[in-house]
Ligand binder design. Structure first.
Ligand code: TPP
Length: 667
């Protein structure tokens, strides 16, 4: 029989689906349901910590996963157990993941579905919901650039569509024709918030028009419709890469998570949707068609039950994780090998900005898989002209103008890294990184520690004051990032360092925040090696040796110190340029302070919470007996950065440096 309307809640049309597939769809939904039912019992017994139920939504996870090829990436959410089980992840590993045990996927470092696995091409969510939509863009971009006919499917609930990340990801995918299936599970409630308080159009799919994107509404509880339509759409997207928005109508039958209940959901709604259960409707249909017999169903149930029981025993038998500080600290960064390429004797006298440009250009020549993204960086060459001429040499696929979507582009860079590419993102001004803050500190920084997925991404940040640009084009915001484990932070003061450190940052498989001071771009010249060379991250440099006091600084601070010292040739100052703030070269700091007995830490950033405070604390803790005076921090005034020259001069730390240095010397 082709299709019917009568005894089921939906029309089942199995004309184009073979019987083995029809049965597999059923078995996969059943497996997901039976695991969940078991987990609900374990939750009540206190054996797992939390559970986000996808009961009633199984058809979407199973239908989408079966419509994709096994090597196509899927980015599921917290209600998509069926994605994990349909990809046939061994159940003992899932159970261990939920109990925080070692053979899970995160060594006990993250819970429930917050993990990914390259082996099964699954990239799990972070709690913030939206960022993974942009990650899917990056994965799809890598496929597209390599001309691989692959789609990427990413999930979100309808609540998550209210986040800016949803808008940015769809916009980027549409502008770049990326082969992404944006799968929205509209299940009626986002925690307790009903859809009419979440968005104000009839269907989420209606938003597709605004993004210039094809969109479909799919009956999410009808597994045959999900599978058939997604299969057809995926085939077409593989041939003709483009994003498609899919709205699956469904319903969340249990609480947001088990503890929160469903009091706020009217009984009529729950009753109505209970009749639309994806498994009972489909099994009745298969039974009526003679495809699923009672014997087969019993066999499925028994074999799944046995699989669950057996794997639970394996997982229970596994010991709990034993904590070990060294293990934890060693897993924050992917091992990086720096200082592989020696600098040449042959040099050119160039500006800081030319050195950055040269480092980037030579890196693009070195790494075929390196993509550079940023606003106005293509034909226009970027607002500072660092990428001028790059499009002609490397083409628009690799030198990509982006929409004004900082968060979406950082997430896209993460996706590129997941799919074997490298990325450099240029923030137009470092001030604007605040709009991309979330994926940097929560996604890029934490992925390696969570599930061994590195973020091979460098974010370039033209920063700093003294240029009369006011509060939103002058900040030096390195302290927003030095506090985040998982990020590296680099801040060169000279052209040779800018080039060598940028090359090292791009070679480093970890996420690196690369600060470039705008006021140095065109004012500082140096003889810079013309070859492809790197400088090891985490090694400070002694600019000037001395014995009376150590000035520890970086970026523009180094130049301010040099200026003051020029006027005080009689003072014996040891000037240290940190070059990298994370990792921090504490060894060099301590040895200098132990020699001089006095330390002045100079930063352009405002005082409170800046890196000088931490360096000061480290010196107190590690060099106390060697100190002849209290450690002094010199920093900018605790106000936003003003525009007018006289105000800005007063604001900047430079205005206080000389006086504070002389004070410290006379202590
Ligand atoms: C940025 C952010 N804000 C709030 C939350 C808390 N939170 C987690 S899930 C959720 C509801 C999500 O609703 P929806 O996207 O519709 O997915 P559903 O849970 O219904 O499947 C909320 C508010 C969060 N995790 N992240």
């Amino acid at each position: 029989m082709n299709h019917t309307t009568t005894p089921y809640s939906f029309e089942f049309d199995n004309r184009f689906v073979s019987n083995p597939i029809l049965l597999e769809l059923f078995r996969n939904m059943l497996k997901s349901r039976m695991i969940e039912e078991k987990m609900l019992i374990l939750l009540r017994q206190g054996k797992i910590s939390k559970w986000f139920s996808g009961i009633g939504q199984e058809a979407i996870s199973v239908g989408v996963t079966m419509a994709l090829q096994p090597d196509e990436y899927i980015l599921p959410m917290h209600r998509n157990l069926g994605v994990f089980t349909t990809r046939k992840i061994p159940l003992n590993r899932l159970f261990s993941q939920w109990q925080g045990k070692a053979s899970g996927f995160t060594k006990g470092r993250d819970r429930s579905f917050h993990f990914g696995t390259q082996e099964y091409k699954i990239v799990g969510m972070i709690s913030h919901l939206g960022p993974q939509l942009g990650v899917a863009d990056g994965i799809a971009l890598a496929h597209k650039l390599r001309k691989e006919a692959k789609v990427t499917a990413v999930f979100t609930g309808e609540g998550g569509t209210s986040e800016g990340d949803f808008h940015e990801a769809l916009n980027i995918a549409s502008v770049w024709d990326l082969p992404v299936l944006f799968c929205v599970e509209n299940n009626g409630y986002g925690l307790s918030t009903p859809i009419n308080e979440q968005f104000n159009c009839k269907n989420i799919a209606d938003k597709g028009i605004g993004y210039g994107m094809e969109a479909h509404i799919i009956e999410g509880n009808n597994v045959l419709e999900v599978y058939t339509k997604v299969n057809e759409i995926a085939k077409s997207v593989r041939e003709n890469p483009r994003p498609v928005l899919l709205e699956f109508k469904t319903f969340r039958m249990r609480g947001h998570e088990e503890a929160s209940g469903t009091k706020y959901v009217p009984d009529e709604l729950l009753n109505e949707w209970a009749t639309k259960d994806p498994i009972s409707n489909y099994s009745k249909f298969l039974n009526d068609e003679g495809i699923l017999t009672k014997d087969i169903e019993t066999y499925y149930k028994d074999s799944i039950q046995a699989e669950i029981d057996e794997n639970l025993q394996i997982s229970y038998a596994e010991n709990s994780i034993v904590s070990d500080e060294t293990n934890e600290l060693n897993d924050v960064y992917y091992d990086a090998v720096n200082k592989l390429f020696k600098d040449s004797e042959s040099k050119n006298n160039i500006r800081y900005i030319d050195a950055v440009s040269e480092g980037l250009k030579q890196s693009l020549e070195k790494h075929d898989n390196l993509i550079v993204m940023g606003q106005d960086i293509a034909e226009y060459g970027g607002v500072f002209k660092i990428t001028e001429g790059f499009v002609e040499q490397f083409g628009k696929d690799r030198i990509r103008n982006t929409p004004i979507c900082e968060s979406g582009i950082v997430a896209t860079a993460m996706g590129l890294s997941i799919n074997k590419m490298k990325a450099v993102v240029e923030m137009q001004f470092s001030d604007f990184v605040s709009s991309g803050f979330n994926p940097i500190v929560n996604y890029l920084a934490k992925s390696y520690y969570r599930w061994e997925q590195n973020a091979d991404v460098v974010i370039r940040l033209p920063c700093g004051g003294g240029v009369g640009a006011g509060p939103f084009h002058s900040q030096t915001n390195e302290a927003w990032f030095t506090k985040v484990p998982g990020l590296k932070v680099v801040y060169p003061a000279f052209p040779q360092d800018a080039k060598g450190l940028l090359i090292a940052a791009i070679n480093d498989p970890n996420p690196v925040m690369f600060f470039e001071h705008k006021a140095l771009y065109r004012n500082v010249y140096q003889d810079v090696s013309d070859n492809y060379f790197d400088i090891e991250l985490g090694i400070a440099s002694v600019i000037k040796e001395g014995k009376d006091v150590s000035i520890i600084t970086y970026g523009m601070g180094v130049h301010w110190a040099l200026e003051v010292l020029e006027a005080h040739k009689d003072i014996s100052v040891e000037l240290i340029d940190l070059r990298t703030l994370s990792p921090l070269d504490t060894k060099m700091i301590y040895s200098s302070v132990k020699k001089t007995g006095k330390a002045l830490i100079l930063q352009e950033d405002t005082l409170f919470g800046g890196i000088s405070s931490d360096i000061s604390a480290l010196i107190m803790e590690n060099c106390f007996e060697y100190l002849d005076a209290p450690v002094k921090r010199v920093a900018s005034l605790e106000t936003p950065i003003p525009f007018a020259k006289s105000l800005e001069n007063q604001f900047l730390a430079k205005s206080r440096l000389e006086k504070e240095l002389l004070n410290l010397l006379s202590y």
